[in-house]
Design a protein around this ligand. Structure first.
Ligand code: OXD
Ligand code: MN
Length: 582
């Protein structure tokens, strides 16, 4: 196969000339092709009785998560990348990469993967071509994107595509780089086979390059799940929610309503990324650019996410989980049984750590989810009623509060912080600022990104309402105060009612908050004083938090939008007047 798009044909020829593969395979996206990919030595079939068409992959033990310190934004002017990104001069980056890619595919097959992010043909969708020497990557791309001949047809018609070059290289962290050239719509990644570093449609295209393009073209590319909440009256409201990596986005997107909330249904549109733009009606409309879930396996179980468990028994890929005696995938939180092998392939010994690597993953087509929304493929997307920001905060952040308006909402998102997780190779459990959960993914200067968010206030008066939630508050004994999981629907119910002006709220310096009686606690076991604490504002600690945010914003110097600084000043003044009157 080849293509009528000359730019694509030339690029493939040029890459082959540099990397010297033994053969070139243009992916058509067919089932036969997928079957060949999963029969490669990258994979091992799992138990065909319990897990038909499921495959197991074990990665290099040093290559199990995103490596943020090796991820670069390469713009001509470093100011464009901002203090939130690692930056490298494009000429220097290309020189380094040229040397690493030279001959790196010798003896291997080079896969050319045309892909589409978003439903084929949607005006919100964007196209790309990933070149890789990894059958694991090619097989995962077939699940995670609309890949193959269909995407190629659109690329040939429209002429626009992101160039995404990937090679496993020698898998050495010393020769690993994930480089983005937003000015050239190009990504080059070498030395890692890990999803976030290697499935280039996901974080690299849909978020880093996506956010850059979104600013140029007036839309938003966000690290957000998209979920539809159908109330007992049969009306569905869509919520887009940003949480840092491994903070339960997949679980929230697939939430199962508690039995004590009859009549509610939850519909999953996406679990990780939302592309949103204003519709002619002034509302924000969202698509999920992905076609599959690349979810964190540990902690996914019948109690925490029964929908995920139900979708994982066929046509799925499991990476770095443990294995049972009879070759079923296993991870902590799935069941009480004990696996035979851990993720390294050695006999499982609980004294030597968990069976599944903490960032082990499943890859599965979205359509297999029992709560898959029938509107997932709508070319216009779904209308968003509420935007929710959330972090993992043991202290401080209340269960839920609502921003007073859009600009205040941008401050709420920009002020996000969270304790770090295993999704990236760094210390876990440290609080770091993670505005809009985009710290590892915003492809340009955060100050310009916030200015872009703020610009929406002038464009529409029908924007979504903005909220902040925290499911992770702990008491003095380190115990979670809120039950989480399905019970989070109680908070979403309040949020949706706020969007419809159906429930009052208390006006506090940080935003509008429910009174304890405004949260539906029917059938919920929670002490009244816990709810009271979860819904209170600790003024002194919030003042110190606002001070931290002010310090953080100072890093962005004169590029900081004044409107955001004014929003911050307003909240500080309001907290101070509260302290003065207390
Ligand atoms: C992910 C991440 O894999 O955020 O979604 O790391
Ligand atoms: Mn993510």
């Amino acid at each position: 196969m080849s293509t009528t798009n000359q730019a694509l044909q030339d690029w493939v020829t040029e890459v082959a000339h540099l990397t010297k593969p033994a053969r070139i395979h243009w992916c058509d996206g067919s089932q036969e092709e997928y079957q060949k990919l999963v029969r490669s030595s990258d994979f091992m079939p799992l138990n065909p009785e319990t897990h038909p068409d499921c495959y197991y992959h074990r990665s290099d033990p040093t290559d199990v998560a995103r490596t943020e310190h090796l991820t670069f934004i390469c713009t001509r002017n470093p100011e464009e990348a901002g203090p939130n990104n690692y930056w490298m001069d494009p000429a220097e980056a290309n020189e380094k990469l040229e040397a690493l890619f030279a001959g790196c595919m010798r003896g291997r097959t080079m896969f050319v993967i045309p892909y589409c992010m978003g439903p084929l043909g949607s005006p919100l969708s964007r196209y790309g071509v990933e070149i890789t020497d990894s059958p694991y990557v090619a097989a995962n791309m077939r699940i995670m994107t609309r890949m193959g001949s269909g995407a190629l047809k659109y690329i040939e018609e429209q002429g626009q595509f992101v160039k995404a070059l990937h090679s496993l290289g020698d898998l050495s962290p010393d020769r690993r780089f994930i480089m983005h050239f937003p000015e050239e719509s190009t990504i080059k990644s070498i030395g890692s086979g890990y999803g976030g570093n290697a499935l280039l449609g996901k974080k690299c295209h849909a978020l880093r390059l996506g956010s850059w393009q979104a600013r140029e073209q007036g839309w938003l590319a966000e690290h957000m799940l998209i979920v539809g909440i159908e109330n007992p009256q049969g009306e569905t409201h869509y919520v887009a929610a940003a949480f840092p990596s491994a903070c339960g986005k997949t679980n929230l997107a697939m939430l199962i309503p508690p039995e004590t909330m009859p009549g509610y249904k939850v519909w999953t549109v996406g679990d990780d990324i939302a592309w949103m733009r204003l519709g002619e009606d002034g509302r924000l409309w969202a698509i999920n650019p992905e076609a599959g879930y690349f979810g964190v396996a540990p902690g996914t179980g019948p109690k925490t996410n029964a929908n995920a468990v139900a979708m994982l028994n066929r046509n799925a890929i499991f990476t770095n989980v443990g294995l049972t005696e009879d070759n079923r995938p296993w991870w902590e939180g799935l069941s009480d049984e004990s696996p035979k092998y851990d993720w390294r392939g050695t006999l499982y010994n609980p004294d030597k750590g968990p069976a599944a690597q903490p960032n082990s993953r499943f890859t599965v087509p979205s359509k297999q989810c029992p709560s898959y929304s029938p509107h997932s493929e709508d070319l216009s997307g779904v209308p968003i009623s509420a935007i929710v920001f959330g972090g993992r905060r043991a202290k401080l952040a209340p269960l839920v509060y609502q921003a007073k308006d859009w600009n205040h909402g941008v401050l709420v998102g920009a002020g996000m912080a969270s304790e770090t997780t295993a999704a990236a190779t760094a210390a876990v459990g440290v609080v770091r600022r993670d505005p809009m959960a985009m710290k590892p993914f915003c492809g340009y200067n955060y100050a310009d990104y916030w200015a872009h968010w703020l610009s929406f206030a002038e464009k529409s008066d029908k924007l979504p309402k903005v909220f902040h939630v925290n499911w992770f508050r702990q008491d003095d004994n380190g115990k979670f105060m809120w039950p989480g999981f399905g019970e989070n629907l109680r908070v979403l119910e309040w949020i949706v009612k706020r969007c419809q002006d159906q429930v009052a709220a208390v006006d506090t310096p940080i935003g509008y908050m429910p009174r304890p009686e405004d949260i539906n606690t029917n059938g919920l076991k929670i002490a009244e004083d816990s709810l009271q604490t979860l819904l209170s504002v600790d003024t002194a600690n919030w003042l110190s938090e606002m001070g931290d945010i002010r310090k953080y914003f100072a890093d962005f110097g004169g590029r900081m939008p004044q409107t955001l600084l004014d929003e911050l000043a307003k909240v500080i003044a309001s907290l101070e007047s509260e302290t003065a009157t207390a």
